[in-house]
Design a binder for this molecule. Sequence first.
Ligand SMILES: Nc1ncnc2c1ncn2[C@@H]1O[C@H](COP(=O)(O)OP(=O)(O)OP(=O)(O)O)[C@@H](O)[C@H]1O
Ligand SMILES: [Mg+2]
Length: 498
Amino acid sequence: MFGKRGNDSPAPVRAPTPERPQAQPVAAAPAPAPARAEAAPRAAVAAPSMRMPDPVPAASEPQPARARPESYYETKTQVFAALIDTIDLSQLAKLDAESAREEIRDIVNDIIAIKNFAMTIAEQEDLLGDICNDVLGYGPLEPLLARDDIADIMVNGARQTFIEVAGKVQETSIRFRDNQQLLNICQRIVSQVGRRVDETSPICDARLPDGSRVNVIAPPLAIDGAALTIRKFKKDKLTLDQLVKFGAISPEGATILQIIGRVRCNVIISGGTGSGKTTLLNCLTRYIDTDERIITCEDSAELQLQQPHVVRLETRPPNIEGEGEITMRDLVKNCLRMRPERIIVGEVRGPEVFDLLQAMNTGHDGSMGTIHSNSPRECLNRMESMIAMGGFTLPARTVREIIVGSVDVIIQAARLRDGSRRITHITEVLGMEGDVITTQDLFLYDIVGEDSQGRLVGRHRSTGVGRPAFWERARYYNEEQRLAAALDAAEISEGALR
Ligand SMILES: Nc1ncnc2c1ncn2[C@@H]1O[C@H](COP(=O)(O)OP(=O)(O)OP(=O)(O)O)[C@@H](O)[C@H]1O
Ligand SMILES: [Mg+2]
C-alpha cells in the first residue's frame, strides 16, 4: 500500500479515498512541520538530475512567475504536511516521474477534498504542480530551471529570488516555504555531485551533471538564509555569428577575433561578472586549427572545444577534512608537462597567472585565459597584483616585462547598463616605455546615445591602426589580407566620428 510510512508492502497503492475518512491519515496530520516534512523526501527520493526543459513532468512548463496570495502558501504548507504524512516516500522513489506525479495528484486531490479547501481548478493544478516539484525535484526552482531564456538564478534566502533574462536582472515571485526548505533543496542539488552543504561546510561550489555551475553559501555565513547562485548551462553555446547578430561585435570585429584566435596570439579576455568572458573564449577556440593539441584548465568545465585533440582538466576543492585540493596553479603547472600546444585557462584568479604567462612565452603561443577586470589597463594591473599575491618577489619592472613578453592581445567584454553585452576593446600589448606598459587599441566600441526604450546605441570601429603588432603572425598564417580588409572596413571617417 502506497500509504502511511512504515508500511512494508512493496507495491505502491493509492492512498485511501475520501469516501473512507476514518482511514485517512490526513485527519491526524500534525500541524505543518516544514523542517521534518522536507527532511523526509530528501532522504528517500533520489535527486533527479538537473535538466533543461523536459516534456515530463508537465508542471515544469516555462511560465513567467505569477504573484500568489498569502493564503495560497498557507494552504500549500498544510497540504504538503498532510501529503508527507500520507505517502511512503521510499516507495515513491521507485516510480518513474510520471507515475510518481500521478500518485501525488490523487493523494493531493483527496487531501483537498477532505480538508475542504476552497480552490478553483486552476489553483488546484498550480498547487499540484508546486507540490510535485517540492517532492520530486527542486521545489519552487523547477519552473526556473525549465526555462531556456534564463542565464542566472540568484536565490537570496527563502523569500527573494532574482533571475537574469535578456541581460536584465529581475525579481520573481518565487518563494520557498522557509529557509530550511531552501537549504534542503540546495543540499539536494549539490548532493548529485557528491557534495554537502550545511552548517559545518557552508560553502559549496559544484558543477552539475548538465554543466550548470552552482554556488551555495549557507547560514551562518549567509545571514538571511542560504544564498544559491546558478549559472545555467546553455547546450548551444553562442557563436561569433550570433554575437554579431546580437550586436556584441560588428562583422569586421568578428573577423579580427577569428584571425586572433587562429594565428596563435596569446590572448587575455577581460570583463566583469557575467559580461560574457567564457562565451567569448569559447567562440575564439572555434578558430583554432584542428591539428593542435589543446589543454583546458577550468574550475568548472564550461568550455566546449570542437577540436579532436583536447584534454580537459578541472580543479578540485578540498574535501570535508580540508584535504585533497588541486588548485588552478597545480593544473597549469602540470599542463606544461603534457606537451600542450595551447593552454586555455577558464578563469585566471590567482598566482596561476604566472604559470600561464610563462607558458605563453615559452612556446605555447595561442594560449588564452579570462581575467575579471573592467578595462584592458585594469587587466594589466590585475595580472601584476595576482603575481604579487602569489608571493613572487620580483621587481615590478620584471613582472611587467614578463607580461609584455607574453600577452599579445586583451579583449574586453562588458555588460552595459541596459543589460546588453558588448566587446568594447581589442587592445594590443606592445612594450614598455620607461616603467609603463604601452598598449594600442585596434578596435573600440563607442556609445553614442540612447534610444526611446532606454537601450544604448553605439558602434564598433577600428582605430585606424593599419598594421597591428601581430601582422607578421597573420602573414605567417596567410591571414594578413583578411585582417587588413577587416580593419579598413571598420574604420569610420573623421567626419562621422564627430
Ligand atoms: N553577447 C552576448 N549576448 C547575449 N548573451 C550573452 C552574450 N555573451 C554571453 N551571454 C550570456 O551571458 C551569460 C554569461 O556569460 P558568460 O558565462 O560567458 O559570462 P562570464 O563573464 O564568463 O561570467 P562569470 O564572470 O560568471 O564567469 C551566459 O548565459 C551567456 O550565454
Ligand atoms: Mg566565466
